[in-house]
Design a protein around this ligand. Sequence first.
Ligand SMILES: Cc1ncc(COP(=O)(O)O)c(C=O)c1O
Length: 386
Amino acid sequence: MSVVPLKALPIEQLRERSSTKWRTYPPDVLPMFVAETDFALAPAITAVLSRAVELGDTGYTPPDPGIRDAYVGFASRRFGWDVDPEGLRSTGDVVMGIVELLRRSIEPGDRVIVTPPVYPPFYDAIPEAGGVVERVPLVRGGAGYELDLDGIEAALREGARAILLCSPHNPTGTVHSRASLARLAEMAEAAGAVVVSDEIHAPLTQPGTAFTPFLDASDAAARVGFVVTSASKAFNLAGLKCALMIAGGERHRQVLRDLPAEVEWRTGLFGALAGVAAFSPESDAWLDSLLATLDINRRLLGELLAEHVPGARYDMPAAGYLAWVDLSRVGLGDNPAAKILREARVALHFGPAFGVEGRGHVRFNLGCAPEVLTEAVVKIGALIEK
Ligand SMILES: Cc1ncc(COP(=O)(O)O)c(C=O)c1O
């Protein structure tokens, strides 16, 4: 049965929203920066949240809101991954989870590897946990961006104590292979280092690409890794505050059990209710429809850039709705998004925020109607012709 692509909400309705995407810039700016999407919620989420509002069900999150079991089911259906619910705990959001796990895995001043260009808050999360950022940039292989495993091995040999992995990778949409994750785990184990794998974009892996949860990559990965994830990117629930921390090996499960109760108390009730609905089988068809729209948009962006922004370089993301575009040959300077915002009135994410590798780059958000994406690229094209 063919999947019907999900339709985005009309732009006039979106402009009534009060979230960051719609309230950061004036109304003449087309917002395509922060990772929020332009779709109505999955029906099961709307139903559960509407009922909670009717009931005034806005108290504290109960000890077991069902999010762990819901994720166990989702991971099994979507990734073929068998997760033991004993190895899961919730918290407010993915970045909080990363900070808490790193804080308990390193000593103050320890170096933590990141793989730029990468999600900018990683550069703040590591110092917040007491660590120091160690950069080992992605490299471009035959199949696009990939981890520099030799570089990571050298950094571990020189004393780095942890790796903060982005899997799938924001901003390139790279889905790391099982083999590379297994090798990473082996190297981490040999060095006595920990891997924290941020898998928030995993539910958005496109059909045809296999996503490997880090803890499922090998026995060593299960021992050295933590996964932090959430329904919040795929289902647009970022404001509701619910994420999951997952441990495979016994030592790391003990770390989860030893977390202060306060870490779990940060889980938002609406986030947990919405997350249970998102991860339930009832929302699978909605997610497939969203992926169909994102597939249309990731292809459309390539066509639009070829026509309106010749010189742009872009590899389609294999997961997620973020697109990393190299405009360094287009003549818009080191931070093209600044000029595009000022003169074309399109808000993209600033490339240099992802690390020095982001010089000359921009990040698009494809979680919108194809018409909106078209309008944005046409406006950027017009700026270049001037
Ligand atoms: C890789 C990555 N991690 C974490 C987040 C933020 O997640 P949260 O709001 O749950 O902290 C984002 C948001 O775009 C992201 O791209």
